[in-house]
Design a binder for this molecule. Structure first.
Ligand code: NAP
Length: 241
């Protein structure tokens, strides 16, 4: 059974991805990771006991990451797939942003995925198979007022994706990004109503929902995407077209 680790699984896109992967005909084992384990995630994972499990971890604690991968490998063998989805927003103009907040955004959104991928890819290299999907954002390429650190972290993920696709491609491992546009999740719940109207107007197909992005993630992990690597799939309802 192929084991896939999905970070940020407690809610939003991560939870939608866990649900989508558990429903996938490939019959994956899905491991969800986040700090909290709310009822909705608990019910989903509980309903698939034996094929789904939850790990409680704070990805801001970078030193703990190697052991997370070792523990999964001991219990389930080499990870087949990794979805680097956990992320934090931290809205604020850079000029007044605390240095600790800048460092936190970069640690959770960029350094943690790099380290998680470092350890997960060792097993994949030996197995000569695997798939990694990094969750970027359209903001990596469009920019957005008040999100400089966040945009830097997402642009960093896209750069990491392109370089790693070259490093790992020769061993049959794919590395891709999904870049969602605005989705209504907890991350975006505090957004100003006027900004919201403008965002909504730009999405000609309507705003993307977590399930839309989860579908793209499942596609990139699936057999039909085995020759696709180093790319970014945008799921934004047409906002950036
Ligand atoms: P969300 O609802 O806020 O979910 C974020 C997830 O990340 C939660 O499961 C959270 O779980 C986890 N997380 C945050 N900090 C963590 C940490 N230190 N350690 C472990 N897990 C942590 O946001 P979302 O909208 O689903 O976002 C998912 C991904 O999509 C993010 O990478 C985000 O940047 C990206 N994205 C979102 C949008 C959007 O409009 N919503 C657009 C483009 C891209 P805990 O709090 O329980 O740890």
């Amino acid at each position: 059974m192929k084991t896939i680790l999905v970070t940020g699984a407690s809610r939003g896109l991560g939870l939608a991805t866990v649900r989508r992967l558990l429903d996938d005909p490939q019959g994956y084992r899905v491991i969800g990771l986040s700090r909290s384990y709310p009822d909705e995630a608990r019910a989903l994972i509980g309903a698939h006991a034996g094929r789904a499990e939850f790990i409680s971890a704070d990805l801001g604690d970078l030193a703990a990451i190697p052991e997370i991968v070792s523990d999964i490998t001991r219990r389930h063998g080499t990870l087949w797939g990794l979805v680097n989805n956990a992320g934090i927003g931290m809205d604020g103009v850079l000029a007044t942003m605390h240095r600790s907040d800048i460092e936190k955004v970069l640690a959770v959104n960029l350094t943690a995925p790099l380290i998680l991928t470092k350890y997960a890819s060792r097993g994949m290299l030996a197995a000569r198979e695997g798939a990694i999907v990094n969750i970027s954002s359209i903001i990596a390429s469009t920019g957005f007022h008040g999100l400089a650190a966040y945009a830097a972290s997402k642009a960093g993920l896209e750069g990491m994706t392109r370089s790693l696709s070259r490093e790992l491609g020769k061993r049959g491992i794919t590395v891709n990004c999904v870049a969602p546009g605005y989705m209504e999740t907890e991350m975006t719940s505090g957004i100003d109503v006027h900004k919201m109207e403008a965002i909504r107007r730009r999405a000609t197909l309507g705003l993307a929902e977590p399930e839309d992005a989860a579908g793209a993630i499942a596609y990139l992990l699936g057999p039909e995407a085995r020759r696709i690597t180093g790319t970014v799939i945008t799921v934004d309802g047409g906002s950036t077209a």
